[in-house]
Design a protein around this ligand. Structure first.
Ligand code: PLP
Length: 396
């Protein structure tokens, strides 16, 4: 059996003619920029989160950039965030001319360690950018009270966390702005790129809207330099079909996660994700592969091998799984602070030890709402067989 890491085809099939009709309607209307589908999506998305404003834009990356710009963050400012994230988190901070400052993550939740945030604050710090990584919410009550106490803005990177909640309240409604991505593999995915910025302040919403259309408050009056970052009308139409199903898809993701947690709980060498509370939106199910001696012993002889022992064990397991038809992904193999693009920051390996260890150990198992029980069984059986064979190999 082949199990993909994610799959859009089952979803496309369930939506069937409804999706086709929504897309065709836009194509036939000839109204490709703006139009009723956009306002309808923005209102429905805001209502689903219980937030006053949602402004559509071209991508999650742009949502972060627009949020930062609308809050006036730019050159000379520092924004504290996590290096264990998709590159765009830091890239957006740099794109507005500010400087990303990385703090290490909590080894259990993989989220920005709030204990470390306080120590990273300098006179130049203007904002915190928590990342709700893999769909798990950062403890936003604590983060927001810290931000208030220190006079900092909060930009939530909600790209992986549509539908996630902290303390019963949706992510994207806690900070000054929430930034969402509708990249196809996110919890709520479009048929291409898309994003949204959420906020409760109407002035901020207006500012985001203007910046997304060339800094243009009214036609051909440009009060500042902005971007061409509208939400595409076809994408809004697709999202209008999908949004009403999001709640059900989240329940299915949660069911998949609970099954994994149960089926994999006693497998040697695997550390399972901490499920947190019911607010987890399970965009990814990420295990850690521990490099114990029996596994290390299975590695092909070192010689020309690159990477740490931990990463080589993880990569070995990934290859064994691939040979068994189980396809996994590594989110993310290189922490942002060690990316060549950020060599200018002068951050050396060793400065964020938890982040660096996680990037060596993590493996994302197949996770999507339509993953069948049979497919999931195949994933668990393969993991169990490969890892117990590795153990047996040492004993014999
Ligand atoms: C996907 C993602 C982004 C960027 O979203 P795009 O829509 O691809 O631009 C930003 N941050 C995180 C954590 C992401 O996973």
């Amino acid at each position: 059996m082949q199990v993909p890491p994610f799959s859009l085809s089952a979803q496309i099939e369930t939506l069937g003619s409804e999706l086709d009709a929504a897309v065709l309607e836009v194509v036939r209307s000839g109204q490709y920029i703006g139009g009723p589908a956009i306002g309808r999506f923005e209102s429905a998305f805001a209502a689903s989160l219980d937030v006053a404003h949602a402004v559509g834009c071209n991508s999650g990356t742009d949502a972060l950039i627009l949020g930062l710009r609308a809050l006036g963050i730019g050159p000379g400012d520092e924004v504290i965030t996590s290096s264990f994230s998709f590159f765009a988190t830091a890239e957006a901070i740099s794109a507005v001319g500010a400087r990303p400052v990385f703090v290490d993550v909590d080894p259990t939740t993989y989220l920005m360690d709030l204990e470390r945030v306080e120590a990273a604050i300098t006179p130049a710090t203007r904002a915190l950018m928590p990342v709700h990584l893999f769909g798990r919410a950062v403890p936003m009550d604590r983060l927001c009270s810290l931000a208030r106490r220190r006079g900092l803005r909060v930009i939530e990177d909600c790209a992986q966390a549509s539908g996630a909640r902290w303390d019963g309240r949706a992510v994207g409604t806690w900070g000054d702005v929430g930034c969402f991505s509708f990249f196809p593999t996110k919890n709520l995915g479009a048929a291409g790129d898309g994003g949204a910025v959420t906020c409760s302040d109407p002035e901020l919403a207006r500012s985001v809207r203007e910046l997304a259309v060339h800094g243009m408050p009214r036609r051909y009056l440009h009060t500042r330099l902005g971007y061409n970052s509208r939400l595409d009308t076809v994408q809004a139409a697709v999202l209008n079909v999908k949004l009403p199903r999001l709640r059900q898809w989240l329940q299915q993701r949660r069911a998949v996660a609970l099954r994994y947690l149960d089926a994999l709980r006693d497998i040697p060498n695997l550390t399972l994700p901490d499920p947190g509370d019911s607010g987890h939106s399970w965009n990814q199910f990420v295990v850690r592969v521990r490099a114990t001696p029996d596994l290390i012993d299975r590695l092909p002889s070192a010689g020309d091998a690159a990477g740490s022992i931990a990463a080589r064990c993880r990569d070995w397991l990934q290859q064994q799984l691939r040979d068994a038809g189980i396809n996994t992904i590594i989110y993310y193999p290189i922490p942002i602070h060690l990316q060549p693009a950020y060599s200018g920051l002068g951050l050396e390996r060793g400065c964020l030890p938890v982040t660096e260890l996680l990037t060596d150990e993590v493996l994302s198992l197949p996770m999507f709402p339509e993953l069948t029980a049979e497919q999931q069984q195949a994933v668990c059986d393969s993991l169990r067989r490969i890892l117990s064979d590795a153990m047996a190999g040492v004993r014999s």
